[in-house]
Design a binder for this molecule. Structure first.
Ligand SMILES: NC(=O)c1ccc[n+]([C@@H]2O[C@H](COP(=O)([O-])OP(=O)(O)OC[C@H]3O[C@@H](n4cnc5c(N)ncnc54)[C@H](OP(=O)(O)O)[C@@H]3O)[C@@H](O)[C@H]2O)c1
Length: 295
């Protein structure tokens, strides 16, 4: 029997690209269930024949109906970072519903190195979600997505104006990956017929320090950009002064502490293994977004 593929969070940036890639792979729209809190935002997919359903992990009763009929599912981790404990409760509700819907295999978007006591503020959520999957009868592919390099685009305007790329990463290196490669890897894992259980780091082709990144940005911008590393507290204070809610500033800065510690250093071959193509490098990504840099 053909598989039916479920993508949660299908109106998010990652979820949307996963659904598009499933369609590009030739999977029949009627075999794709796209769930979201905002079904109206996926009207174009519904018109193409994709099964669009409402699902909110905060409303467990919505989930059993929304997940019915799926055999393979991508569980996109939520972005609920504002209240401690909220996200893990959401993920537990989703996992219970995936089991109840008798899904065979779950692909989950995690984070590199989710160990107890990780400095990453959201590391514990991912660790507990992975553990929760382990307690079920579900097969799974955990994709431990490294930091999206796309996030740098938000920091670039300030760096280009001041000449300082400011973070709290010290000399730590991270194997940044593009969101697009994460989406392609997730779609490939979902569309495959892999069973069993596996955990894979999803990374770009190399680990780069912020000094490396500053040099690459300087090359594209044709002006000097230097890396300035602050303490975590100073970075949180700076982000808060620029309007970030303190809880979100703390999450951002916690990634920097983990990067300095080496928790995002590992480079994997997962993207190539799953998609057949090498992941995009930071230099290629910057060249593709040169207009953002050169104005
Ligand atoms: N690796 C990284 O650097 C990085 C960076 C940022 C985020 N992330 C994680 O990766 C995920 C996907 O990234 P993205 O770029 O697509 O983020 P995004 O565009 O901000 O999407 C947020 C996602 O969370 C879903 N969501 C939020 N609340 C939900 C709820 N109550 N029930 C069900 N789904 C809910 C949204 O689904 P709908 O809106 O469709 O309901 C959407 O798919 C994020 O949610 C976050 O966990 C990773």
């Amino acid at each position: 029997m053909s598989a039916t593929y479920l993508v949660t969070g299908a109106s998010g940036q990652l979820g949307r690209r996963v659904v598009s890639n499933l369609l590009e792979r030739g999977i029949a729209p009627a075999r794709i269930i796209a769930t979201t809190r905002k079904p109206e935002s996926l009207a174009a997919l519904a018109e193409r024949g994709v099964v669009v359903r409402a699902a909110d992990f905060d409303d467990e009763t919505s989930l059993t109906k929304a997940f019915a009929g799926a055999t393979r599912a991508l569980l996109v981790s939520t972005d609920a970072l504002d209240a401690p404990g909220k996200r893990i409760a959401q993920h537990r509700a989703a996992i219970r519903a995936l089991e109840a819907a008798k899904v065979d295999h779950v692909v989950y978007t995690s984070v590199p190195n989710p160990y107890p006591g990780s400095p990453v503020a959201i590391g514990q959520d991912h660790l507990e979600t992975e553990q929760e999957l382990g307690r079920t009868r579900l097969g799974f592919t955990v994709l431990r997505n490294s930091l999206y390099f796309d996030l740098l685009l938000h920091a670039l305007p300030a760096a280009l104006t001041s000449g300082d790329l400011v973070d709290a990463r010290g000399d730590g290196a991270a194997a940044f990956v593009t969101r697009e490669d994460c989406a392609l890897a997730a779609a490939a894992a979902l569309a495959s017929d892999t069973r069993g259980r596996r955990i894979m780091d999803v990374t770009g082709p190399a680990a780069l320090t912020s000094a490396d990144v500053a040099k690459l940005v300087s090359d594209v911008a044709k002006k000097p950009i230097r890396h300035v590393s602050l303490s975590k507290d100073a970075l949180v204070a700076g982000l808060t002064a620029h309007g970030f809610p303190p809880a979100i500033a703390d999450v951002y800065a916690s990634f920097d502490v983990a990067i300095e510690k080496g928790d995002f250093h590992v480079v994997s071959s997962t993207v190539k293994e799953l998609t057949g193509n090498a992941p995009e490098s930071v230099a290629a990504f910057l060249a593709r977004h040169a207009s953002v840099i050169t104005g």
